[in-house]
Design a protein. Structure first.
Length: 303
């Protein structure tokens, strides 16, 4: 199964002049999306015993996600206040001392033998102790398991940019696949264009660098010629969870094609990459067509 490790939180989404609480978080969204797509998936992140913790657990259980590795906590759930400008989501986080924020390296278990790959990223990489805990998880397992990393950089959440850059400089070489948006590239390498920035990341060690750009589609940089997949055109409700769902589609496709392994990723072909980008784009299109992070079920995907 695919193990997803990283933040879950409650998105407070604007609705009729008030805010509606919805389960969210970058890694959480990818986890739910993988489960809904029918992929065997497990989640690793503390879940609060407060009422919002139950809100977070319900979609995981409904999607068939294994939550055995989720410690329960008496600390509160992280909240993210969402504002929408032209359909684009912006966030303000209420996170100090939360259940997820206080995840420590001592909370990271030995992984079950049926874990096939690790997905991690999001704001869970930024603060400590949780950032150090996720880094430890990857450091312990990246030699034998493929790792996909999506930093999903939120500059306003980063209080110590130098420390966070140092963490990414340690994590990126341990990843096999890295997904970055145009905004992520701009934060990491402001002096480089997207293609040069992607090659810079490849030089750090990953086999594949994925770049998403909304309506501009998705691109895969790797040892061969750049692979592209167009965006699926839909009427956009909002972009909450779009990139997270894209990640799930990519991982689902790689697993279905039998290449979600260290050797499989090392020997991947352009056609296999294109297939993965296409499924990612199709899944993301469903998510952006409806409000909030509401990824598609397998039955809603093109056949």
């Amino acid at each position: 199964m695919i193990l997803c490790a990283g933040e879950s939180l409650i998105d407070m989404v604007p609705e009729d002049g008030a805010f509606r609480p919805l389960a969210g978080g970058a890694v959480y969204n990818t986890t739910v999306a993988l489960g809904r797509l029918g992929e065997p998936t497990a989640y690793l992140w503390p879940i609060s015993r407060d009422p919002f913790g139950e809100v977070l657990l319900r979609p995981l259980i409904e999607a068939g996600v294994n939550t055995d590795l989720c410690p329960r906590s008496d600390r509160l759930t992280t909240l993210a206040l969402v504002t929408l400008t032209g359909g684009e989501a912006r966030y303000s986080f209420y996170d100090e001392g939360s259940a997820g924020r206080m995840l420590s390296q001592n909370d990271i278990p030995e992984l079950p033998g049926d874990v096939q790959a690790i997905f991690a990223g999001g704001i869970s990489l930024v603060p400590d102790p949780c950032g150090g805990a996720i880094e430890s998880l990857i450091q312990r397992n990246h030699h034998r398991l493929p790792v996909m990393l999506d930093p999903n950089i939120r500059p306003f959440f980063i209080t110590d940019p130098d420390s966070y850059r140092a963490r990414l400089n340690r994590l990126l070489p341990m990843a096999d696949i890295v997904k970055l948006s145009a905004d992520d590239f701009e934060w990491l390498f402001p002096a480089l264009d997207l293609a040069d920035a992607a090659r810079k990341v490849l030089q750090m060690g990953p086999r594949i660098v994925l770049q998403t750009g909304g309506a501009a589609g998705a691109h895969a940089y790797w040892a061969g010629e750049t692979v592209n997949a167009p965006a699926v055109r839909v009427t956009v409700a909002d972009t909450i969870g779009a990139g997270d769902t894209f990640n799930a589609g990519v991982l689902a496709s790689l697993r279905r094609q039998g290449v979600l392994s260290k050797d499989g990723i090392a020997g991947i072909t352009a056609d296999q990459l294109r297939c993965a980008l296409t499924l990612g784009a199709q899944a993301a299109a469903v998510t952006v067509s409806r409000a909030g992070a509401n990824p598609p079920w397998a039955s809603e995907m093109p056949t």
